[in-house]
Ligand binder design. Structure first.
Ligand code: AHR
Length: 655
């Protein structure tokens, strides 16, 4: 919720300052560019681990991802569409991100035609009226894309548009990709028109040996007088796995690198919307694009819903992970709610139908609809979340809303686990299986919070930490955040008998001016490329070395900014040690591993920075990155030192 987020953000800025001030007071000035060889050594700590005594399981689904339309995560981000405002929504600024083209002596005008569109979902269009045009003096429209149109050499860009022409003689339509700086056309295609009703047209623009750039625009022009109506103009680059209407490859690969096991979708606040009208009505996000109206999203901009429910599910399928499906539960961010009972019934039915769309076979109504949309096979599902952050609903209606939706879902699908977004005080026989907790904290606060679940009761619902982040760094987390995140992950691993799933938020940010609504965010990008934050690396390392059991362990004598997690993988017989030294001094350790074969070699992956503020960026993407090393272990006790401001993930083979 924005007002909450603003408070959170200013609090977190205060906390960041406090964190910085405390760290400056604590020991030594913040490190300069390199860690000094003379760094203070803290007294050695004794760590003891008995790998033969597994005290609790580690959830195999602990690490996943959370997503929603924020920071141009989908439109202008993951969803590969290159044209912004492709459906010609008109504001007081006119058709934003589009321009009228009148080359040479061409004369033309354009206007919104509210009465002419290709579908009920898109009932309006742009009408281009050309008074004068000829070859070399064309008239038409141009799109500046999302902060430019990225183009690469020898690449095919597939386009389409809907058009209605009174007379086909206004055409053909010429599509050109033009460099903003030189005016040179980098690719060109011609599309013949049919007179009469609305039709969908396709074009392909293939570049030659061009230099990669994002300072390009698209022009669609005609060279004859007449009128033409245009709607849903699209241009797609090659996508991940060449999926039509698919995703950006680099961002899909970045996400795969996190080793996630699930995707919580579609939000977040995006599920709810600002008002009751803006809820995530999934039925309006499926089927042909021309039948998707789009909707106002809560993070200030319009969502095309080009990345709709089926695309979310295919995104999961591509990454071989499962959806954690959040269904709308009748609360809007500005405080309204749908009354439980009769008023809520249509939304209960929508939730039941949605699960059928995801999981039903083609003999079911909504399973058949999914098959018609191109995906006959049902998707796997284990968890359904009811709402988002319903602790904001001060009316107290969530207990009854949860109960009503849970009852219907359990009746239709008893096999799935249900997640509540806040503890349900009067469950009316519908206890949640899991409760979703969210934490956004300054790094120092996150470190102070690591014992939160140690003594939490194990008898009630399990915990899903569905949103969490240490909040320092803009647009992406700095190393201070990565340390807070790593400290927090050690605590989630230790408590993973209770915490079955966790997902950092937000995941994605378009770093262009105006692209971001929230910081920090895990992965940054612009039109041409992407980079990952130190926090991303910390998560990727933790998730890539998860283990399945927590052995008995203890530590004495460590500094209060030192955190660790020990897990054992019973299949590979590897002890995974995560060591987090968030202080500015060395942390010496004497590690005694008992209960199994003594490891003789340690593979160490280290993530280190010189200061809490050091970070990665689009211009310096590799500044902080994991580095591999190894140590030979001599004797029974391994003497190992973790350098200051360092996260280490260590594999000790036990066989
Ligand atoms: O992650 C950003 C926002 O924070 C989410 O949309 C919301 O659930 C939380 O308040």
């Amino acid at each position: 919720m924005r007002s909450f987020n603003t408070v959170q953000k200013s609090l977190s800025q205060l906390n960041a300052l406090r964190f910085l001030a405390l760290s400056m007071l604590a020991i030594v000035p913040l490190y300069a560019q390199t860690a000094p060889a003379t760094a203070t050594k803290s007294a050695g700590a004794q760590m003891s681990i008995d790998v033969s005594k597994i005290v609790s399981p580690v959830s195999p689904t602990l690490y996943g991802m959370m997503t929603e339309e924020i920071n141009h995560a989908f439109d202008g981000g993951l969803y590969a569409e290159l044209l912004q405002n492709r459906t010609f929504r008109s504001t007081w600024l006119g058709f934003e991100h589009w321009d009228l083209v009148r080359n040479g002596g061409a004369a033309a005008e354009w206007q919104l035609d509210k009465a002419n569109g290709p579908s009920a979902a898109l009932p309006q269009s742009v009408k281009l009226t050309v008074q004068t045009a000829s070859a070399g003096n064309e008239a038409g429209i141009s799109s500046s894309g999302y902060w430019g149109i990225p183009l690469h050499a020898r690449t095919a860009y597939k386009g389409s548009f809907y058009a209605k022409a009174e007379d086909a003689g206004i055409g053909p339509v010429t599509a050109r990709l033009i460099n903003d700086k030189t005016g040179i056309a980098l690719a060109e295609a011609h599309v013949d028109l049919k007179a009469g009703a609305w039709s969908r047209y396709e074009y392909t623009l293939t570049t030659g040996s061009i230099a990669t750039s994002s300072t390009n625009h698209l022009e669609l022009t005609v060279a004859h007088p007449g009128s033409i109506w245009l709607q849903l103009v699209s241009l797609m680059p090659p996508t991940y796995h060449d999926t039509p209407n698919g995703n950006r490859t680099d961002l899909m690969e970045r996400m795969a690198g996190l080793h996630p096991t699930f995707l919580r979708l579609p939000g977040g606040n995006y599920l709810e919307g600002d008002t009751l009208q803006d809820w995530y009505n999934w039925k309006a996000t499926i089927g042909p694009l021309v039948d998707r109206p789009g909707h106002q999203a809560p993070w200030t901009y319009w969502s095309t819903d080009g990345l709709g429910l089926l695309e979310f599910l295919e995104w999961c399928e591509d990454l071989k992970i499962e959806p954690v499906l959040a269904v709308y539960a009748g609360y809007a961010l500005k405080g309204d709610h749908i009354n439980p009972g009769k008023d809520l019934e249509p939304f209960v039915q929508s939730a039941v139908d949605e699960v059928e769309y995801v999981t039903g076979d083609a003999s079911t109504k909504w399973g058949a609809e999914r098959a018609k949309d191109g995906h006959p096979a049902p998707f796997p599902l284990h968890y359904i979340e009811i709402g988002n952050e319903d602790w904001f609903d001060k009316s107290g209606s969530y207990d009854a809303r949860f109960g009503q939706i849970a009852k219907a879902l359990r009746k239709a699908y008893p096999q799935y686990k249900l997640i509540a977004t806040t503890p349900v005080k009067e469950p009316q026989g519908e206890e949640p299986d899991v409760v979703d907790d969210h934490y956004y904290k300054a790094p120092g606060e996150m470190m102070d919070f690591v014992h939160h679940y140690d003594k939490a009761p194990r008898t009630g619902p399990k915990i899903f930490v569905g949103e969490w982040a240490s909040m320092s760094g803009v647009p992406t987390p700095n190393f201070g955040s990565a340390l807070g995140d790593a400290a927090w992950m050690t605590s989630m691993e230790r408590n993973s008998d209770l915490i079955v799933m966790a997902s950092y938020a937000p995941l994605l940010v378009n770093i262009n001016p105006g692209g971001m609504q929230w910081s920090p965010d895990l992965i940054g990008y612009d039109a041409l490329g992407s980079y990952v934050s130190p926090s991303y690396y910390a998560q990727a390392l933790f998730a890539g070395h998860l283990g399945d059991g927590t052995p008995e362990s203890s530590i004495t004598g460590a500094g209060d900014r030192f955190f660790y997690s020990a897990t054992v993988d019973s299949k590979t017989h590897i002890l995974h040690l995560k060591l987090v030294n968030a202080s500015t001094a060395d942390q010496a350790l004497e590690i005694d591993v008992q209960g199994g074969v003594k490891a003789r070699a340690a593979s160490i992956t280290s993530l280190h920075a010189s200061t809490y503020e050091e970070t990665n960026s689009m211009t310096d993407p590799g500044r902080i990155a994991p580095k591999m090393s190894s140590e030979t272990i001599v004797g029974d006790i391994w003497k190992h030192t973790v350098p200051p401001l360092t996260i280490q993930v260590i594999d000790l083979p036990l066989k």
